[in-house]
Write a protein that binds this ligand. Structure first.
Ligand SMILES: [Mn+2]
Length: 317
């Protein structure tokens, strides 16, 4: 599939419903909003909707739509930033006439009969969408450009993580030329309240470093101090407290999920691919940023041991 094929498929449908993964990050939401805005701008007569669970953290970027089954049955479903059934928020994409997946993750898709466009060289799904618009010379609104920029800047860690390429900067340039509002994104992402700063200090004092592995265990007891903070803000929000430490090569955050009575692990690494270990425990993601859901904290210890071993192996010990 090419960018042109994606655009032709969109061209065929009067109604388009855009899906993405649950517990959305700004790349998932930015991809949805950016794509919806681009379709609206280039095909003003088409009806475009976005669906999925809401995330308080990123509400500032925009809201989802209420969409009936009838509309979805008469539409093209586009799924952004995920290719795996179990992770899509709202499974009604099954009702659609046709399904298109646009993703940058390495996971094989298990959604049958979908057309799949996966480019794992892109640091963000929003980069794929922005690059498509750039290459096809299509227009986008200021708002859509801002949303896509937000997806790229967060998934790339402000143009820092592996996967950031010359194309990433070309797409960023295209988005700025089309009115992306950088200040709006940065004010909403990187300015925090005093309470948030103090919460980070609390968690930063809890992590442990052993054999170049840093880990944080957010147990029931630890989380009790912050009962009102959304799960995502701790699970994903605290993992990079351990980044940028000279002695730390792999870092991971294990957060108890009371809804499912299990532990969600977020794994990060500098230079050593760890996604195989995430997969070993039923998870996945990117080589240097991935995760898995664990049964309990005893299983987390096994993951930590695997990380220690993979570092030793890489040193040839
Ligand atoms: Mn993404």
């Amino acid at each position: 599939m090419t960018y042109y094929d994606i655009w032709e498929l969109i061209n065929k449908y009067d109604k388009i419903v855009i899906f993405r993964h649950s517990r959305p990050d700004l790349d998932a939401l930015g991809s949805q909003i950016g794509l919806a805005q681009a379709i609206n701008k280039n095909f003003p007569k088409k009806e475009v909707y976005m669906v999925g669970d809401s995330s308080k953290r990123y509400d500032f970027i925009g809201k989802m739509d209420e969409v009936s089954d009838d509309i979805i049955s008469d539409s093209l479903a586009i799924i952004c930033d995920v290719a795996v059934k179990g992770m899509v928020s709202d499974d009604r994409y099954n009702l659609a006439k046709e399904i298109l997946i646009i993703d940058h993750h390495k996971n094989e898709s298990d959604i049958l009969n979908a057309k799949v466009y996966v480019d794992t060289t892109k640091v963000a799904c929003a980069e794929i969408i922005g690059d498509m618009l750039r290459c096809l010379n299509k227009e986008i609104t200021n708002y859509g450009a801002t949303a896509l920029y937000g997806g790229i800047v967060t998934d790339s860690g402000r143009f820092q993580y592996a996967g950031t390429s010359d194309i990433t900067f070309l797409v960023a340039s295209y988005l700025l030329a089309n009115g992306a509002n950088i200040d709006f994104i940065y004010d909403n992402i990187y300015v925090e309240t005093l309470a948030q700063k103090q919460m980070k200090n609390y968690f930063a004092n809890l992590f442990v470093v052993e054999d170049n592995v840093a880990y944080l265990k957010c147990t029931k007891e630890v989380l009790a101090k912050y009962p009102d903070v959304p799960f995502f803000d701790i699970s994903r929000g605290m993992v990079n407290l351990m980044a940028g430490v000279k002695e730390v090569i792999i870092w991971c955050n294990f957060t108890y999920d009371k809804e499912n009575d299990n532990v969600v692990g977020e794994f990060r690494s500098r230079g050593i691919s760890i996604v195989e270990i995430a997969k070993k425990y039923g998870g996945g993601g990117h080589p240097f940023a991935c995760g898995a859901t664990l049964k309990d904290f005893a299983e987390c210890d096994k993951v930590i041991t695997d990380f220690k071993n993979i570092i030793k192996e890489s040193k040839g010990v």
